[in-house]
Design a protein around this ligand. Structure first.
Ligand SMILES: Cc1cc2nc3c(=O)[nH]c(=O)nc-3n(C[C@H](O)[C@H](O)[C@H](O)COP(=O)(O)O)c2cc1C
Length: 316
């Protein structure tokens, strides 16, 4: 009998929470979602950003953009509607005013980009490709609110066209962010994988609308908007599950994640990482709380690497 059998190792298990998204290694699978965490700087005094796996910044367009008319947000049962409309500082404003701080934070920085025509996406991506401190680019493929904008994420051919063009100018990990407002999200995921995306993230918000019955006016200035929060979680888990059946590239799961258990559901359904969105408005520490929760879960379950959970759903 070996000595280790006689005297159990008193050290507690330290689970390995690291995951990889293409060539990008994340210290843990928890990111914060685009549009719900500003450019990171706004949360620096509230959250220990270095404990996050990564930060995904607000969608950047070539020029600064004022966004849609107010009201831009409305509460719904178990969620919220927003029609912010890609308000952002523009790519030059980001590089000048936001990136220098992000370069000092020990976490992955993924910059989300958008635009109207393909050329605008390409211009933003080319500009970012020259900068230090950017670890990946996430492509917001559904920007119908931007002038001249096209929804690239509802047609597999257009989705592939956009990713093919970006692939030519970007060596960084390229993540295609998909909309759930389609019949078959797996088909879109497949087309962007073939076009050269390193990963997909799913899902963006679901199209929704709310009406004030006294005034009979829409509750959002943009009339319709995007639904997010716990209400969309089962839709998002199903999307991840469907995509995992169609692609081999990593999936980043997003949609209604409020707790460690929610995050685990996405990993088990097939996500290699997750993003926390609306929950940041309730508690900005949700992401770092989930990191701690995943660590505890893995230690308690005797899981040495969180990667072993990815796609581990026991489906009959
Ligand atoms: C107020 C708000 C602003 C958002 N802005 C963006 C954005 O600029 N770009 C983007 O790709 N997604 C944006 N999203 C979508 C989120 O990143 C996320 O995909 C979605 O909200 C679902 O996740 P959640 O339910 O955890 O919020 C935004 C969501 C909200 C609530």
């Amino acid at each position: 009998m070996s000595r280790s059998t006689l005297t159990p190792d008193p050290r507690p298990l330290t689970p390995d929470l690291s995951v990889t998204i293409g060539s990008l290694r994340l210290k843990n699978p928890v990111l914060v979602a685009s549009g719900t965490f500003g450019y990171g700087t706004e949360y620096a005094g509230l959250v220990d950003l270095s404990r996050l796996g990564g930060i995904v910044t607000k969608t950047l367009t070539p020029e600064a953009w004022p966004g849609n008319d107010p009201p831009r947000a409305a509460e719904t049962a178990a969620g919220m509607l927003n029609s912010i409309g890609l308000q952002n500082v523009g790519v030059e404003g980001f590089i000048r005013d936001k990136l220098p701080y992000l370069q000092t934070v020990d976490t992955a920085v993924i910059v989300n980009i958008g635009g109207g025509p393909i050329e605008e996406f390409v211009a933003v991506a080319e500009r970012l490709a020259d900068c230090d401190g950017i670890d990946g680019i996430e492509v917001n493929m559904s920007c119908p609110n931007v002038a001249g904008g096209m929804d690239f994420s509802t047609d597999p051919r257009r989705a592939a066209q956009l990713i093919t063009r970006l692939r030519k100018v970007v060596d960084l990990p390229l993540i295609a962010k998909l909309t759930p407002n389609v019949t078959d999200i797996g088909e879109i995921a497949r087309s962007v994988e073939e076009a050269g995306a390193d990963a997909v993230s799913a899902i963006n918000t679901l199209r929704g609308m709310a009406i004030d019955v006294k005034t009979r006016r829409p509750k959002l200035g943009g009339i319709t908007g995007g639904l997010s929060g716990p209400a969309i979680k089962p839709v998002a888990v199903a999307a991840v599950w469907s995509i995992a059946r169609r692609v081999t590239i990593p999936i980043i799961g997003i949609g209604g994640i409020m707790s460690t258990e929610d995050a685990l559901e996405f990993l088990i359904a097939g996500a290699a990482a997750i993003q926390v969105g609306t929950a940041n408005f309730v508690n900005p520490k949700t992401g770092t709380d989930i990191v701690a929760g995943l660590d505890t879960y893995c230690a308690q379950e005797g899981i040495t690497s969180i990667r072993s959970l990815i796609g581990s759903a026991r489906v009959p």
